[in-house]
Design a protein around this ligand. Structure first.
Ligand SMILES: Cc1cc2nc3c(=O)[nH]c(=O)nc-3n(C[C@H](O)[C@H](O)[C@H](O)COP(=O)(O)O)c2cc1C
Length: 189
């Protein structure tokens, strides 16, 4: 069975992004896969310093914070589900920092994320989620990863924490995404 790691980029614990990620995970867990939710949103983080130290100090970022704890978990997983609320039609800075830093860590370490599954999801009040999801997918697609679809783009129309549950199409999209990740894990085994 595979390991699925979800990363919550919202600073609001119990918010819509976390609920969406849990929906994806529980659909995949139903097929017997191991799941973990990692809280990234709200934690202090720095962007990539462009220092190049990960070219020689393989697998370690010079900024020795929680991203150095998260990256080995990403390598150990078979599938990554990265969630960000839509902020100003894009990602939260915590998710952007993870993507920039782990992109270079992975590429310099022999493309360590190759052929893992990657899915991005975003909660949004009204507009901008497609761009946020695209930003996450760019990370997967440049890291030689496999990106599954669902029955709609992986978003949920939600403002206040819990609004996600009232967006039936969003709930169905998350469930199907989890099922598709589980299905793909079986196929890639
Ligand atoms: C700083 C900030 C920027 C936001 N920008 C957008 C936006 O560009 N478009 C939009 O529709 N909603 C925007 N929102 C609303 C959130 O995307 C929405 O409340 C979402 O459900 C939050 O997810 P969460 O509960 O996981 O934190 C923004 C919210 C904040 C706090």
């Amino acid at each position: 069975m595979g390991k699925i790691l979800a990363i919550n980029g919202s600073p609001r614990k119990g918010g819509n992004t976390e609920r969406m990620l849990n929906e994806v995970l529980s659909a995949a867990a139903g097929a017997g896969h191991e799941t973990e939710l990692y809280q990234a949103g709200g934690r202090a983080v720095r962007g990539c310093l462009a220092c190049g130290s990960c070219e020689t100090n393989l697998g370690r970022c010079a900024t020795d914070d929680w991203v150095n704890e998260l990256y080995p978990k990403m390598k150990a997983a078979d599938a990554l589900v990265i969630g960000s609320p839509t902020y100003c039609a894009d990602l939260t800075p915590e998710i952007k920092a993870i993507l920039d830093r782990c992109c270079f860590l992975a590429m310099n370490e022999g493309r360590s994320l190759s052929r893992k599954i990657g899915a991005g999801v975003s909660a949004v009040r009204r507009a901008g989620s497609i761009h946020a999801i695209d930003s996450i997918n760019h990370f997967f697609l440049v890291n030689d990863m496999v990106v599954p679809g669902s029955v709609y783009w992986a978003m949920s129309v939600a403002l206040e924490p819990g609004d996600y549950s009232g967006d039936g199409e969003g709930v169905e999209t998350m469930r199907r995404l989890g099922e598709n990740i589980a299905w793909l894990l079986e196929k890639l085994k």
